[in-house]
Design a protein around this ligand. Sequence first.
Ligand code: SF4
Length: 331
Amino acid sequence: MPEALVEVQDLVKYFPVYQRGVLLKKKVGDVHAIDNVSFKVGRGETLGLVGESGCGKTTTGKVMLDLETGDSGKVLFEGKEVHESLKKAPRSEKLALRRSMQMVFQNPYGSLDPRMTVFDIISEPFVIHKHIPHVEWKDRVYSLLKLVGLEEYHAERYPHEFSGGQRQRISIARALATEPKFIVADEPVSSLDVSIRAQILNLLEDLQKKTGISFLYISHDLSSVRQVSQFVAVMYLGKIFEYAPVNQVFDKPLNPYTMALLSAVPIPDPVRQTKRIILPGDVPSPVNPPSGCRFHPRCPYAAEVCKTDEPPLRELGSGHLVACHFAEKFA
Ligand code: SF4
């Protein structure tokens, strides 16, 4: 893995849960959204972050960009702690850091202001960050439109005049307007038609080749994760269960939860067949996660030790980290 651009160290984020009484509301627990999560994103690489809805993927992305504040732990960008830098660094440094890290949201319908033209949407970061002279705005907007596969004449149109895929291209162009080194792409294709998804995924891959951007690609769709990622982290109830190069995760998963997720991915080969692993029950509440291994109530391989002892994330083979007491059995 190349040098880390972004590093997450022991990140924790809980959301308090309140119960409203007659006069006052009192705290009755915490949603354990992120619980001691650590990983790295290399320069020019994509880390796919996968897991079921509500497992803490989006919160992780937001805390990395300081859109949410973590309770403890660190996020380092080029070796500097992001939250502290944004609080204490001089204004010019803060703006430079904000420019370097951007987010592309899931819903291209809700993330674009319907009253603004595409030109105004894409050039808005130039107004905020003042990193591009005004005389160059037009050329920059046109070149960004070209980069994401749109035409110059699209600049004068409004978001409602575009399809879902084209709107996501506009969102990506806006994120690129600050010349970022790192983008958190949160389910960027999940609200799009299947035929459009492939175009956006290809676009992300092309952009990475052309600009060397690093991505955190958040998704519950493992097929798209396999296409765009070099590394994969599997998350369950706020914890990382497996982290490895993409082929190792897909070809030789070592955690039963990863195996169950992968068994649900359709294989476009009528001869090859996989046995679908059906997990019993629902994902437990993140307010009161199970003791020991959080996956034990649903795991087909759970033993007594899994109910009491939390498995640490440990390395089994080159760069393959896994949290399971019995991972050697699956190697
Ligand atoms: Fe399953 Fe136990 Fe491994 Fe957790 S530690 S994944 S419960 S076998």
